[in-house]
Write a protein that binds this ligand. Sequence first.
Ligand SMILES: *Cc1c(COP(=O)(O)O)cnc(C)c1O
Length: 406
Amino acid sequence: MSLRHIYLDNNSTTPCDPRVVEAMLPYFYDKPGNAASRNHPFGWVAEEGVDFAREQVADLINVDTKEIIFTSGATEADNLALKGVFEMYSRKGNHIITLDTEHKAVLDSCKKIEKMGGQVTYLSVKRDGIVDLNALENAITDKTILISVMWANNETGVIQPMKEIGDICAKHGVLFMSDATQAVGKIPVDPKAVGVHLMAFTAHKMYGPKGVGALFVNRKNPRVKVTAQMDGGGHERGMRSGTLNVPGIVGFGKAAAIAKKEMAQDMKRLSRLRDKLESALVESLEEVYINGSTEHRMPNVTNLSFKHVEGEGLMMTFNQEIAVSSGSACTSASLEPSYVLMALGLGDDLAHSSIRFSLGRFSTEEEVDYAIEAMKKGVNHMRDLSPIWEMYKDGVDLESVEWSEH
Ligand SMILES: *Cc1c(COP(=O)(O)O)cnc(C)c1O
């Protein structure tokens, strides 16, 4: 990638690895069959492609091929897991526990479940973004059927204590679901080893194509079932109807196989680059804060707040050259501070002044060096123009200033 376009937004989506594209190509024209066509070779060839990919995906997370349900992505997998469990286990209870910092695909599914008569507890997290295990255990009631905790957060990269949560779920006989979209393919993820029964993930966050994902559903001890949310031809063991996206699934499989082979070296290289970026900015600029745990964190992510600098404005100083994300979300009416950062206890201002850098397999040292210089220049430029920064430098106690209101 040219220096003019540096992509440090891999948590939004990753480029598709060229080896993945190559594996997919035959399935668009030479092998055009429907994997459900049982009575001619076109169907068999397509099915073989899907079977092989299912093995590759299952192998990456150490589960059985029968436990993989292909979907259109992690959003659909989250919906299927949450709503599917809620419907299937309604006789057992109606209570679900999740976190404030989950992805919208989980939070909005939970909101829908509340409208359907469910009860949902949204736990707050500690300052480092990690769940309080005592609060989690105390939230369990005799109506609790499911606990849903993401493996790694998309904004901060913070990794939750999966084994400890799995133990609590096992102790209370509650199902454990995880949105592991940001973790799978980037760090070792073994749901059975930590007691996860349902797990959502997606190809396009691990160098595969967009529009294909999977839900892992545990089949033994316990045998977990979900009510289908899509009615039709009964594909995917009846849990997800719809013609399989054969090229997409083949690409997902290839991405999984590459991840399995190259994960260890990618992790090592990316954590070094991430640390270089992070420490260069923290050391050379004043008032830079790291958001979320630095101990339990994805190797490719850093989320930084640059005090008294508005993140969206800062991004405009370099977004022709460097792609990152800010801690503000554009809603129809206004710029809202990230609910994830607010849940960590940041104020509005620090949340608005945050930038997420997410590195990926194709990030280079040269790009990171360039980004460091561009960030320093941008932050200094913004602060030079800022009367608030000037007051801060003059030692004015900003908390005590009475701003005139209009
Ligand atoms: C990207 C993402 C999703 C959504 O995945 P899609 O495949 O785009 O639907 C869900 N959860 C997390 C944590 C994500 O980062």
